[in-house]
Design a protein around this ligand. Structure first.
Ligand SMILES: *Cc1c(COP(=O)(O)O)cnc(C)c1O
Length: 368
């Protein structure tokens, strides 16, 4: 058997007919940017997350950059985030000229610890970006409380967690902003790059929209700000509208398969993902910790099973952030998790016999 970490073609095959008709329809109409599909998708996303506004962008990284920029954050400011996330989270902070400050993570959920984040607050801190890593919500009540106490913006990086909920509310709608990516492998994936910012703040929603359209005011070719070109197109919006209707069902399938892994692997010498009581986890990735990660990965690879290394190097130790002056040992939990984390194949279309084969081989590895 050959089992990839993720297979996007099965989902496409299932939606092929509906997608083809819709795409031809978009192409025939001749409106390709800022048309009815984008507008429809934005309102459906607002409805889905329970937030008042949704402003589409070109990708998840831009969603973070635009939210930070809209808050007026820039040179001289500090923004606290997790070292255990995809590079883009901190890249966005650096891109607008602010300083990324990293706070260590919880060893069980892999999310930034609110207590550790609070310790990092200085007079220059302007915002905190909790990341709902792998689909598990961060401790939002604590972050929001800290934000209120210190007057900080709370910007959720919900790129991996669309559809996850925290105390009954959708992630992305809890902080001042929620930033979402529709990169093809995300739980809701476009067929290209796409993103959105969720917010309940009308002024900020307006500002983000203007910034993403070259800072152009309501009067065409009159510009109030130096902005960006960061927009969603009609083709991607049309695809996302069709797929959004399936997201909860797909997330549910991910949860079922995750539960099966957890049930089958619980006796082995592995640390398995947890789901905190007031949270729902949408398993963008099913990540286990193993002291024998490299050996286990190689053993599975030899048997046709692809695993993933998420993430092999925490952000404070990346070459690109050497100028920030961190050293090995500074954020020990994220460093330890980076050395032992391994993602197993998991996606809604993964078949039972495929998952059984993965489980069987992991068990055999530990028998030896
Ligand atoms: C994917 C991702 C991003 C970036 O999204 P893009 O659409 O690829 O720009 C940011 N943060 C996290 C946690 C991500 O997983």
């Amino acid at each position: 058997m050959n089992i990839p970490l993720i297979d996007l073609t099965k989902q496409y095959q299932a939606l092929k007919k509906e997608l083809s008709e819709k795409l031809l329809n978009v192409l025939e109409k001749g409106v390709y940017i800022a048309g009815p599909e984008v507008k429809g998708f934005e309102s459906e996303m607002a409805q889905f997350t329970g937030a008042k506004f949704a402003v589409s962008t070109a990708n998840g990284t831009d969603s973070l950059i635009l939210a930070l920029h809209a808050c007026g954050i820039g040179p001289g400011d500090e923004v606290i985030t997790s070292p255990f996330t995809f590079f883009a989270t901190a890249e966005a902070i650096a891109r607008i000229g602010a300083v990324p400050v990293f706070a260590d993570i919880d060893p069980y959920t892999f999310n930034m610890s609110p207590e550790k984040a609070e310790e990092k607050i200085t007079e220059r801190t302007r915002a905190i970006i909790p990341v709902h890593i792998f689909g598990h919500p961060a401790e939002m009540d604590a972050f929001i409380e800290i934000g209120e106490r210190y007057g900080l913006q709370i910007i959720e990086d919900a790129c991996q967690s669309l559809g996850a909920s925290y105390k009954g509310k959708q992630v992305g709608s809890l902080g001042h902003f929620g930033c979402v990516s529709f990169y093809p492998t995300k739980n809701l994936g476009a067929y290209g790059d796409a993103g959105i910012v969720i917010t309940n703040n009308k002024e900020m929603a307006k500002k983000i929209r203007i910034l993403g359209f070259h800072g152009m005011s309501s009067q065409k070719y009159f510009h109030d700000f130096v902005g960006y070109n960061s927009r969603l197109d009609e083709i991607q919006a049309a695809i996302l509208r069709i797929k959004l209707k399936k997201l909860q069902e797909w997330n549910h399938l991910r949860q079922e398969k995750a539960m099966k892994y957890t049930e089958e692997l619980k006796e082995l010498d592995l640390t398995l993902p947890v789901t905190l009581e007031h949270s729902s986890h949408v398993f963008h990735l099913y990540v286990i910790l193993s002291k024998e990660r490299e050996k286990l990965a190689a053993y599975l690879e030899e048997r046709g099973i692809t695993t993933g290394n998420y993430y092999p190097c925490p952000l404070h130790l990346q070459n690109a952030f050497q100028y920030l002056g961190y050293h090995p040992g500074d954020l020990p939990v994220s460093e330890q998790v980076s050395r032992t984390a391994l993602a197993l194949p998991l996606y809604p279309e993964l078949m039972d016999e495929e998952q059984d084969y993965v489980i069987k081989n992991i068990k055999e590895f530990f028998k030896k």
